[in-house]
Ligand binder design. Structure first.
Ligand SMILES: [Zn+2]
Length: 67
């Protein structure tokens, strides 16, 4: 079974991004996890991981699922 988790992000200019995590939890297959980013990029700021907007480069912050 594959489990998918969606986390939504938004930048100060209102662009939306999405982080989709897929996890395979079958007992007889290798554990794997993959993260797919939509509309944003992963960056390192000091020791921390952040996402920046693909359109304007501002930092993204987590938001509720858009309606
Ligand atoms: Zn933006």
């Amino acid at each position: 079974m594959t489990m998918r988790t969606y986390v939504h992000f938004i930048c100060p200019n209102g662009h939306l991004g999405e982080e989709r995590t897929s996890e395979n939890d079958q007992p007889f297959s290798d554990m794997w996890e993959s993260v797919t980013l939509t509309g944003m990029r992963a960056v390192k700021v000091g020791q921390e991981d952040h996402y920046t907007c693909e359109k304007c480069g501002e930092l993204m912050s987590q938001t509720q699922r858009p309606k």
